[in-house]
Design a binder for this molecule. Structure first.
Ligand SMILES: *Cc1c(COP(=O)(O)O)cnc(C)c1O
Length: 961
């Protein structure tokens, strides 16, 4: 027994994390390689990846660490963050996440590993949760149509500006912003207004709209309610005045305040925007949180982002699905309402559930308590001789302490409380759900006054103006009343989660979206208080752990991509695109090339590309795709020639959205550079490149990455995301920055692209941990296995379904497109039929009809093991045989398991009059009765829902029918 002594160092390493992350083991890889026809991973990728892009050097990243080591490292980073009681306010508040929601939503893979609900039949749980969110926002804002989340309050306000411009009567007027709006909101609006030629005027609106502004024409007005200073003003007269000028009025409103104050809708607003962070979502040093937008009915069809609506399935049962704008950028491209794709679904689900759990009475009581703390605090300060500036406030006081503001902020910090320094003479103090009596005492002490909470409570009067008190009812739907006990809530969350198909059930082979493992070790730190409870504007010395992690992740991503500088601020890929294009714009303008505004985009590009280009003030010129799926080089050359002097940038995806490594890429980049243009490489497909090639080395000047695709941040059912932008040195001066945090970007930057300095900082530990756990070698292997898996699936399916495009060596990259058009033509069986039939087999469908209509794009990722890959291939092959039966006439074209898919458990009872059996319907080959996933509804009628638009919870009687 002594012959095989294993050295301690090896025993200590245990099973390396890369073996947990990568599905196929050595033996499985050998089988897969044999199927694909290569001897090793190295041989395979040597053949698949064109030489011109290959990077010979190994990634210069620290060696892989074990899960225990990485957790210990994260713990020590967390310990370097100092969590004080935050009374900074400005749109970010302490909140108590009900543990039943923390554990069963935020920390539950059934919710966080789900994909965007494009396949509504297997997404009814999160669609219902989003409908709750929409209903909550619509009720509280008093505006009937709310979307299913935007990225944050600042970008929601910028979207409102764009919407005002689209629908407003005053075409070239200014966009007028309340001087008491959140400073980061004003800055995000300014970043977004400048490239599209909107002039922003910031003015004090307390005395109405200044005459000199009114004279210039006003397209839209944005009013903060309550203001950043805390002031609660009667905004109705300004709204009326704005409407007289023909302006669209947006009110940026605090939802908690709206439980007590008259709603924006009642006051006459056209649009309401804001954040739902304080509804149970940790601050996370800036995000992620769900922004919101609600609008008057007549603007429902112009709403940016996604909207959940009610429809019917083929049996006439009520069912939910994404309405109207679903994938609208793909359809409308440069004419899209916005570039938003990934939003903030998980956080919207949490905020909606917070309202479900507390109900209207609970929310009102939290608001009243918060307000009472503020009044007690103010009364105590006034009694001590401190001047409180705002007479009417909800939760935030601004006080005047001539010359002493910094000193008091420092003293409060000593006492464990962060206040907001406004200027040398003023500071502000925000109360929230987590405020305590001790905290009030610490604030008074910092001011050198004394207060007695009990005594003040007896004497302090609430200060909300009677005329602005809310009188109408809200959250009257039963869902906000039925789940008040923890048992009921737990079961409601479980019931909804069980309706959905997420990665915890099986593979989600979505091309372009990289649904890989979201490792538990990576996820754990996200809900640690030291990461969760930091305010984005907390002093830097309290965020040392975060700042170290952020700097290291930026460096790691720069190493992986070959760029010189990375900004983590954009909170989705779409926002990274905008940031990258603004950097290109800034560069050209600095060179005196204002006329360089043409953005070349291949026809196969993701729809966000074109939408982002328009937002960056560019003109989109489409480049054709050649027969073989590659960019049409002749057409590109012609377009470059034609637009030589105006060429700003070429935006390409690499590997292309067709799933192939284009061989001409270096040459294409050179042509663009020769013409004075820049090259934007959309990095959403980086999972095919990490460790093998670097976009910053093979010709790209700028890229965005999707950390929620390549770097393991879970999709959350449609967000959160992080879309860092990487640039070469010459573009670095034009990266995003932030008015409240100089360390967040270059002084010469383009302004903030997100409300928070580092965007969705709270989820950056996930990607940091992934890189740490894998090491450079592990990351490269992940890429190689992703390529192997895609080629394995392609090879197994090829005899049954044609693979549309291949690159060098007849190989695909990390995904493959199978062409169903010939089958559809011959048999009438559609892409939809196959996608829905996959549900009966227990799968989430691949990406449908993108980038080519009538096809499926399959991306298995490195995380799926061989058994799961085979289960998928066998289901596809069995479906092919079913298609054959339709083709041969054995099953009628209008009555077969494909056309009727998906089948619910309801088929097991009642009459059965189909050409195929019940068993064939629900237990097709390979599906066990014990492990069956039952979809809750049958195929959903999309058009019916769009014709009869219902975007809030339908009344209960619908359920009774
Ligand atoms: C996902 C994706 C995007 C957009 O990213 P979001 O994070 O959803 O905004 C852009 N381009 C491509 C190719 C993508 O796959």
């Amino acid at each position: 027994m002594t012959a095989h002594r294993i050295p301690l160092s090896e025993l200590e390493r245990g099973i390396p994390f890369e073996q947990r992350h990568i599905g196929p083991d050595t033996e499985a890889r050998a089988k897969m390689l044999a199927q694909v026809g290569y001897g090793s991973l190295e041989e395979l990728t040597a053949a698949a990846v064109p030489d011109v892009i290959k990077d010979a050097e190994a990634l210069a990243l620290p060696a892989a660490r074990s899960e225990a080591e990485v957790l210990a490292e994260l713990r020590s980073l967390a310990d370097r963050n100092e969590v004080l009681d935050s009374m900074i306010g400005l749109g970010y508040y302490g909140t108590f996440t009900p543990p039943v929601i923390l554990r069963n939503v935020m920390e539950n893979p059934a919710w966080y590993t789900a994909y965007t609900p494009y396949q509504p039949e297997i997404s009814q749980g999160r669609l219902e949760a989003l409908l709750n969110f929409q209903t909550m926002v619509a009720d509280l804002t008093g505006l009937p149509t709310s979307g299913a989340s935007l990225l944050d309050e600042g970008t929601a306000a910028a979207e409102a500006m764009a919407l005002s411009r689209r629908v407003g009567k005053v075409k070239n007027g200014v966009f007028l912003v309340d001087a008491d709006a959140l400073p980061q909101t004003i800055a995000v609006i300014e970043t977004r207004a400048e490239p599209i030629g909107v002039e922003v005027v910031v003015a004090d609106l307390s005395e109405g709209i200044p005459a000199e502004v009114a004279e210039r024409g006003v397209t839209g007005v944005l009013i903060q309610y309550p203001g950043a200073s805390g002031a609660v003003r009667d905004i109705k007269p300004v709204i009326e005045q704005a409407h007289e000028l023909g302006a669209i009025v947006t009110v940026a409103a605090d939802l908690l305040a709206l439980t007590l104050l008259a709603s924006p809708g009642e006051l006459g607003a056209d649009i309401a925007v804001g954040t739902t962070q304080r509804f149970g979502v940790p601050m996370g040093f800036g995000g992620p949180h769900a922004g919101y937008m609600a609008v008057r009915e007549k603007f429902a069809r112009n709403l940016p982002g996604r909207l959940v609506g009610v429809s019917l399935d083929v049996d006439g049962n009520q069912a939910y699905r994404l309405a109207l704008q679903t994938r609208e950028q793909h359809i409308r491209r440069q004419k899209a309402t916005s570039n938003i794709c990934t939003a903030q679904v998980l956080l919207a689900v949490m905020a909606g559930m917070y309202a479900v759990y507390h109900g209207p009475q609970g929310l009102r009581s939290i608001a009243q308590r918060t307000h009472r703390y503020a009044t007690i605090l103010a009364t105590g300060l006034k009694a001590g001789g401190v001047e409180v500036v705002n007479e009417a406030y909800f939760d935030t006081l601004t006080v005047r302490v001539p010359g002493r503001a910094a000193e008091i902020v420092a003293a409060a910090r000593e006492g464990g409380v962060n206040l907001r320094l406004v200027d040398a003479d003023q500071l502000s103090i925000a109360c929230d759900e987590t405020t305590t009596r001790t905290q009030l005492g610490a604030v008074w002490t910092a001011f050198g006054v004394e207060g007695d909470v009990e005594a003040l409570d007896a004497s302090a009067a609430d200060t909300l103006p009677a005329a602005l008190l809310r009188t109408d009812e809200y959250l009257t739907h039963p869902v906000f009343h039925q789940h008040r006990s923890e048992t009921a809530m737990l079961r409601y969350l479980r019931r909804l989660a069980d309706r959905d198909y997420a990665l915890d059930r099986g593979m989600i082979p979505l091309g372009s979206c990289t649904m890989k493992l979201n490792g538990t070790t990576e996820m754990e730190p996200v809900t640690w208080p030291e990461f969760g409870q930091l305010h984005p504007f907390a002093p830097a010395e309290q965020a040392q752990g975060y700042l170290t992690l952020i700097r290291e992740l930026e460096e790691q991503l720069a190493e992986v991509t070959g760029y010189d500088k990375v900004s983590l601020q954009p909170n989705a890929g779409s926002q990274g695109e905008l940031a990258g294009l603004l950097a290109v714009r800034g560069y050209h303008r600095a060179n005196g090339d204002e006329q360089r505004t043409v953005c070349l985009i291949p026809s196969s590009a993701h729809g966000t590309n074109a939408a982002s280009a328009v937002m960056a003030g560019m003109k989109v010129v489409v480049v054709n795709t050649a027969e073989d799926g590659e960019i049409d080089v002749e057409d590109l050359r012609a377009k470059i020639e034609q637009h030589r002097d105006e060429l700003a940038v070429l935006m390409i995806t690499y590997p292309s959205t067709h799933g192939v490594f284009e061989e001409h890429v270096a040459d294409i980049c050179a042509q663009v550079h020769d013409a004075g243009g820049q090259v934007y490489v959309d990095g959403a497909n980086l999972n095919a490149l990490v460790g093998l090639a670097k976009p910053g080395r093979f010709g790209g000047d700028v890229s965005h990455l999707n950390l929620h695709k390549t770097f393991c941040i879970p999709h959350g059912g449609g967000g959160p995301g992080v879309g860092p932008v990487g640039v070469r040195a010459h573009l670095a001066p034009y990266l995003p920055n932030h008015p409240l945090q100089p360390a967040a970007g270059p002084e010469t930057g383009v302004g903030p692209i997100s409300a928070a300095p580092w965007g969705s900082a709270g989820i950056l530990p996930i990607s940091w941990a992934y890189v740490r756990l894998m090491g450079g070698e592990g990351l490269k292997q992940a890429t190689q296995v992703a390529v192997l898996s895609a080629n394995y699936v392609a090879k197994r399916l090829e005899p049954h379904y044609p693979v549309l495009y291949t690159g060098p060596g007849g190989l695909v990259a990390h995904e493959c497109i199978i062409d169903l058009r010939p089958l559809t033509k011959a048999t009438g069986v559609s892409v939809d039929d196959i996608a829905k039939r996959l549900i009966d087999y227990g799968f989430h469908a691949p990406t449908m009809s993108f980038p080519v209509a009538g096809t499926l794009m399959i991306e298995p990722t490195e995380s799926e093991d061989l058994a799961e890959l085979d289960r998928f291939c066998e289901a596809m092959i069995a479906i092919r045989a079913e298609i054959e039966k339709v083709g041969s006439g054995e099953w009628p074209a209008d009555d077969n398991p494909l056309r009727n898919a998906p089948h619910t458990a309801a088929v097991l009872g009642g009459a059965w009059e189909h050409a195929y059996s019940r068993e064939e319907a629900v237990f097709p080959a390979g599906v066990s009765a014990a492990d069956k996933y039952w979809p809750p509804v049958r195929r959903i009628d999309q058009a019916y829902g769009d014709r009869n638009l219902v975007c809030s919870c339908p009344p209960m009687d619908v359920y009774d029918e």
